[in-house]
Write a protein that binds this ligand. Sequence first.
Ligand code: GLN
Length: 312
Amino acid sequence: SLEIVASPFPDVLKELHSKYKSLRDGLVANYIPELAKVNPDLFSICIVTVDGQVYEVGDYEQLFTIQSISKVFAYGLALEDHGRDYVLTRVGVEPTGDAFNAIILDEQSNRPLNPMVNAGAIATTSLIKGAGATERLNRMLDMFRRYIGHDVFVDISVFTSERSTGHRNRAMAHLMLNFGMIDQNIEESLDLYFQQCAVMVNCRDLAVMAATLANRGINPITQEQAVKSCYIKDILSVMYTCGMYNFAGEWAYKIGIPAKSGVCGGILAVVPNQMGIAVFSPPLDVRGNSVRGVKVCEELSQQLGLHLFECS
Ligand code: GLN
């Protein structure tokens, strides 16, 4: 007889959401006022499977700026624009063990260590092609559109305040210019980096983006190819080793799936060939990862047996 087995996801998501709603640890990012004024109680979890099923709980339509999660997707676009070999000459693939905004380049090669920390992400974004600032921005926005399945917009207040306060990022760009790691046009590339960080998404969008990476680069809802399949392994490898900053090792050990966090409080996680997971909760721990996001992913990984090296 044909038995329809209900998905465990709705109950698991509901349970985790109510369990961690009361967890009040962490602080919202406050390096610019636009991020500091976010409501710390906002909380959502979303799963999108590679066959296009969507499961969501909480404030999943609340918009926020994507911040560092954008680094994953900019890296994919740089790989498509230049190929793996060239991109590797400009940005490495070693985890840092340092904070995301550390001003450090590799001593031998002068490359930033990996594309998931700020220095590496600025180098990555500097590689995005286009005739001038507008064309480069439009190519970036169109890339996000393919992953998400609808048009995206930049939060102008977040962009302008990142630009006017981003001296540390500007210092990294100048250091890389000094070593010839990025080209002369650093203000244009920094603007593009600040714009990419200020792209507005909601938790469901992040889960669709994650599911697209889980599905060989094909958006499981629109069926559009967002990034060439041949670069998925590059993207997921650096996410796995570097995506959670100086928590990446412990994350790989405990949770065991490629993921990326941002100061917005979002975490995007990819279970290859199965699903994308996204959590949004603004309060951050000392490394800049969402407190509830880490907890929820840890439990989801355990309950659903998602660790890549799980033997059951
Ligand atoms: N816009 C932030 C920055 O460049 C992104 C950092 C982050 O999300 N960790 O500092």
